[in-house]
Ligand binder design. Structure first.
Ligand SMILES: [Mn+2]
Length: 327
């Protein structure tokens, strides 16, 4: 029986968090600013209250997020599981990249904002109207007192800045801006912008060069896509997480309604990122491949060769776009 999709009360989540002697905080695979910033903000807050905290992420952080206070303490091999495990920004259990072995009486919490969230934990707190999990985390932490710690503020601000595309995506709400306003006194926003968005490694530029050489259009040029092979990353001297800017680059091309980036993480393993400029619901497309996300930004992981996977994903995307036109 699938669990009912029902949220726990904020006060119960906060009670569990605040009462924990030990906690494991888990970010998702291929971590982004939201999952890392929200996790570290929670870690700083709980630690200040006496909780012994361990943070885990299966993969390393992208280079432009290494400034996040506390990032160096995130472990990348699964640690022993304490009685409380908190999943941050994970739409489903698989997104964490490992399965914790809870001790008897142990419990899990899921704090997230993805529409595809399947309420996998014992306690769930999902708000799909939040632009970032960082907004949800801010609300929860505020219940423990005012946020005056600069590290916590920077982590939360980063979470919101990155998931709203610097307050420019359609998910940006008055709440996003109100929270940012409250955190602003603790954050050097110009330096933050410079660090996250305005610095590029040569490897990233070389990767972009290869990506643009691979750029292809389909569906009357309404879909732009780029397949990047293991060889492409190796030739550019780039890591997998350096291709984030590629998808935003091709999504911006005039006339493009949906953009797809297919990253060969290892032979036979393809990570797919999709962005939509409106009509196409890419969350539904990702769902066909056991992935998910948001209406305008989603992803999935496919097994197979780069060529056939590309064709399969594009076929599914075109079907979704055509069905969207009919209704
Ligand atoms: Mn997020």
């Amino acid at each position: 029986m699938p669990k009912p999709h029902k949220n726990s009360a904020a006060k119960d989540i906060v009670r569990l968090l605040a009462g924990a002697a030990e906690a494991l905080i888990v970010s998702h695979t291929a971590p982004d600013g939201d999952t890392l910033g929200s996790a570290l903000a929670l870690a700083w807050t709980l630690e200040a209250r006496g909780t012994a905290v361990v943070c885990f992420a299966a993969d390393k952080a992208p280079a432009n997020l290494r400034f996040l206070p506390g990032l160096e303490r995130i472990v990348h091999t699964p640690p022993p599981t304490p009685p409380l495990v908190i999943f941050i920004d994970c739409a489903d259990a698989a997104r964490a990249g490992f399965r914790p072995e809870l001790p008897p009486g142990g419990t899990t919490i899921n704090i997230d904002h993805h529409v595809s969230n399947d309420f996998f934990a014992d306690w769930n707190y999902v708000d799909t109207k939040a632009a970032a999990t960082g907004e949800i985390m801010y609300g929860l932490l505020r219940r423990l007192g005012p946020i005056r710690d600069a590290r916590t503020a920077l982590c939360l601000y980063t979470a919101i800045v990155t998931d709203t595309g610097r307050f420019s995506f359609g998910n940006t709400t008055a709440r996003s801006l109100r929270i940012a306003a409250a955190l602003r006194p603790y954050v050097d926003v110009a330096e933050l912008n410079e660090t996250i968005y305005e610095r590029r490694s040569l490897a990233q530029v070389r990767l972009l060069e290869r990506a643009l050489a691979r750029l292809t259009f389909t569906a009357d040029d309404r879909v732009a896509f780029v397949p990047l092979s293991v060889e492409d990353y190796a030739a550019a001297g780039a890591e997998l997480n350096m291709s984030e800017s590629v998808i935003n680059y091709i999504r911006a091309i005039q006339g493009v309604e949906a953009a797809v980036l297919l990253k060969e993480a290892a032979p036979g393993l393809i990570r797919v990122s999709m962005r939509s400029n409106g009509a196409a619901d890419v969350n539904r497309v990702a769902g066909r491949f056991q992935g998910g996300g948001h209406r305008r930004a989603a992803g999935c992981v496919c097994r197979g060769e780069l060529g056939p996977v590309t064709e399969e994903v594009l076929r599914a995307l075109k079907e979704e776009m055509d069905s969207g036109r009919d209704n």
